[in-house]
Design a protein. Structure first.
Lengths: 482, 170
């Protein structure tokens, strides 16, 4: 017997060690419905190892962080860097609120008829630094430098301003484990933002998050945002998860898996936030931010929409034409902007509607009360059509500069003279509605003489209105008809 | 560089080396994986366990040391304690047994040993996690070969560095 133990001592020790560890494994995984947080001796062993490993990691991390902080805060642009940090912190908070509120709006449109709906708002977060990892491919676990002493508990969501990271698992006194969403054993309830398809997010074998067991749907396209659905009772609803990368078939069935490109850079995490407190009431800070945002939005709206008047504005800035509606909203009538190039449709040329009579024509030449523009002389028809364009354009610019001449009707002779000598006619600028028919007449006369269909008209008016009959027969009737 | 098994048996290490190197391996493995994403294909605790086993040439102590290093590595993950412990216990036992029979001072031998033991550890992890615990475990053949080759190359370098701390007892 003694010789047996001495002969197989090595093998017996190995078997004993393996047996002890197998029993330990069985004890750890035996508990049905147990919480993921370890207890008893297992937690003690993890705490010991973490307590041994993390101090050097924390020292190295803090040394590097301190050196960077020293350079950034005291050597390189003291105030700018500090202000930038404050602004980034504020931006991070606002991005969180924005994500939550944007999703609230979409959900509220569909669920506004439901009662008893409760929302979870982020009350308090703890900023933590990532000081280590599990170091293996089989476990996507991070170590952070905040633990139970800082208010961190198990199963608390861990996020970054860009998106979710994971949830806390084992919490020690001064450090915690964070199980990333890219781990195959993790789970988070998510929803596709556009298609409203819900699913469970977990990591695949390559460490990429994916929504598993989704019914095939052609509407799922790459790039669609993915948000937390709040169905896991851990992550608040509406936090950014990532975007759809691609859809792959599930190897075990007819369903598909949706691969997700995470919004947070899980490979390069330095600082994360642990959400330590949530509630159903909107926190005071968020209410203040929302009121500030609404006030700012109203200011922007007042600048962009002239018809809206800020009731809080001083009376000197309010319009006399403003009226107060039944709901107390002050409005003022819309006023069209000043036209850069007035034409016959310019409102300033149009008399009030009360002065109009049925069948009355406004333009004298169209009504037949004025002199119709005469065809251009032969010398003018020889001029290229392109030369008429700048002449009319120039007269338009001058008419803008001389508003007192608007509405006046000049004689065709002056129009023709100005057309032939634009520089000389500049002081006596003529409105466009008088100049354009002259230009048209010249162009159409030229068309009639040259029968050139490629000539560019100087005005977009229809040629049939002022074109002489002689210029019409571009398509001569068949000889048999004559 | 290479020496006989008897000559190696006459060498030992300062006590703090036995304590410091495993802790250093665990800490560096955890820290470097944070800054270098693909560093997690390297298994520094495995290299330490193999080195200790082939140098000490005592299967029992190699089994115990391998088991302790493995459990410590388990503690940094979210897996149950014992997965890495079992695999490294087996590897420590085999490495210690082989260290008594072959010349482990040769670079080629070390390269081959680490390569084979890395693949063996992956196989044990696959057996334990997928078939014993029912947990997801990815096995990609090419990736495992690359991992074994990377660990083997790094192991040869690290073993040579640790050799510098050895002292010869007369």
């Amino acid at each position: 017997m003694e010789s047996f133990f001495s002969r197989y001592r090595n093998a017996l020790v190995l078997i004993s060690v393996l047996l002890a560890q197998v029993i330990g494994l069985a004890v750890q995984v035996r508990r049905p419905g147990h919480s993921p947080e370890d207890k008893g001796g297992v937690l003690l062993i993890r705490a010991w190892v973490t307590g041994i490993v993390t101090p050097p990691e924390r020292l190295l991390h803090n040394t590097g962080h301190g050196a960077r902080s020293l350079w950034m805060n005291y050597v390189d642009l003291i105030h700018v860097r500090r202000q930038n940090q404050d602004l980034r912190a504020q931006l991070d908070r606002l991005r969180l609120e924005e994500a939550s509120l944007a999703e609230d709006a979409r959900q509220g449109e569909r669920l506004q008829s439901l009662l008893g709906f409760r929302e979870k708002y982020v009350y308090k977060t703890v900023l933590a630094q990532v000081i280590g990892t599990s170091g293996t491919e089989q476990s996507e676990v991070l170590l952070i430098d905040k633990g139970a002493r800082d208010g961190v508990r198990s199963d608390m969501p861990v996020i970054t301003p860009d998106g979710i990271v994971g949830k806390t698992r084992d919490v020690f006194a001064h450090s915690s484990q964070v199980l990333e969403v890219s781990d195959p054993t993790s789970g988070a309830g998510v929803i596709l933002q556009n298609t409203r398809i819900r699913g469970v997010l977990r990591g695949n074998s390559w460490g990429q998050p994916e929504i598993v067991n989704v019914s095939p749907d052609e509407r799922i396209k790459p790039g669609e945002p993915v948000l937390t659905s709040g169905g896991d009772a851990i992550f608040p609803r509406g936090l950014a998860v990532g975007t759809v990368d691609r859809v792959v078939p599930d190897p075990d069935g007819t369903l598909v898996n949706v691969l997700i490109k995470p919004a947070a850079n899980l490979a390069k995490l330095e600082e994360v936030m642990v959400i330590t407190s949530t509630g159903s009431q909107m926190p005071a800070s968020m209410q203040q931010d929302l009121s500030d945002a609404q006030q700012k939005a109203s200011e922007i709206l007042a600048e962009r929409l002239p018809s809206r008047v800020d009731p809080n504005a001083p009376p000197s800035q309010q319009d006399d034409d403003a009226t107060v509606g039944p709901d107390g909203e002050i409005t003022r009538p819309m006023k069209p902007p000043q036209a850069l190039h007035p034409d016959q449709y310019t409102p300033s040329d149009t008399p009030p509607a009360v002065d109009l009579k049925p069948g009355q024509r406004l333009a004298p030449e169209l009504a037949g009360t004025g002199d119709a523009p005469s065809p251009k002389p032969a010398a003018h028809t020889a001029a290229p059509a392109a030369a008429a364009v700048p002449a009319v354009r120039k007269s338009e610019d001058q008419s803008v500069k001389r508003p007192e001449s608007e509405g006046s009707v000049e004689t065709p002779g002056s129009a023709a003279a100005k057309h032939e000598a634009p520089s000389a006619a500049a002081p006596a600028a003529k409105p466009k509605k008088a100049a354009e028919p002259a230009g048209d007449a010249g162009d159409h006369a030229k068309s009639a003489s040259t029968n050139d269909t490629q000539s560019v008209p100087a005005s977009p008016q229809p040629p049939a209105a002022s074109q002489p009959p002689a210029a019409q027969p571009q398509n001569p009737p068949p000889q048999g008809a004559a | 560089m290479a020496s006989s098994r008897t000559e190696v048996g006459n060498r030992s290490y300062p006590l703090f080396i036995y304590l410091l190197i495993p802790v250093l391996a665990l800490g560096l493995q955890s820290l470097l994986s944070l800054y270098f994403t693909r560093f997690d294909i390297i298994d520094l605790p495995l290299l330490v366990a193999i080195y200790y086993a082939v140098v000490r040439q005592e299967p029992i102590s190699a089994t115990l040391v391998g088991g302790l290093i493995g459990i410590a590595q388990d503690a940094l993950t979210h897996h149950p304690l014992g997965i890495f412990g079992i695999s490294k216990s087996v590897i420590g036992y085999l490495a210690g047994s082989l260290g008594m029979r072959v010349d482990t001072e040769s670079h080629g031998t070390r390269l081959l040993l680490v390569f084979v033991f890395t693949l063996l550890q992956s196989g044990i992890l696959l057996l334990l996690q997928r078939y014993m615990l029912g947990q997801p475990f990815a096995w990609h053949g090419t990736h495992e070969l690359i991992r074994a080759a990377a660990n083997a190359l790094l192991g040869v370098v690290l073993f040579s560095l640790i050799d510098l701390t050895r002292r010869t007892e007369y």
